[in-house]
Design a protein around this ligand. Structure first.
Ligand code: FES
Length: 102
């Protein structure tokens, strides 16, 4: 059953930033881009780095540990599409950001 959980206040997430949250037993990376708010699995597939603490540019997050890059819209690794961080559905209600955890 999918859980819809509040993860942040939109006002605390300026465009071009990200954050790491732990909800529903999962570590989730939340990003706000020019296209909106996106959420993907926050634990990097390479060695477990914190993607929510990575740098975000043009819809791509760069892992702070060794530089792997992922498209935050799909969770797909930029060089190796077979590697994919699970994306999560995001909804905004007033100033609240919610993520749906399957
Ligand atoms: S842990 Fe993310 S690039 Fe190594």
């Amino acid at each position: 059953m999918t859980e819809k959980l509040r993860v942040a206040a939109l006002s605390e997430l300026p465009t071009g930033t990200g954050l790491e949250v732990t909800v529903g037993g999962r570590v989730i990376a939340i990003f706000r881009t020019d296209d909106g708010v996106r959420a993907i699995d926050g634990i990097c597939a390479h060695a477990g780095g914190p993607l929510g603490k990575g740098t975000i540019s043009g819809g791509v997050v760069t892992c702070p540990w060794h530089g792997w890059q992922y498209d935050v819209n799909t969770g797909t690794h930029c060089l190796t599409p077979a590697i994919c961080q699970q994306p999560f559905e995001v909804t905004i209600e007033d100033d609240d950001v919610f993520v749906e955890i399957p």
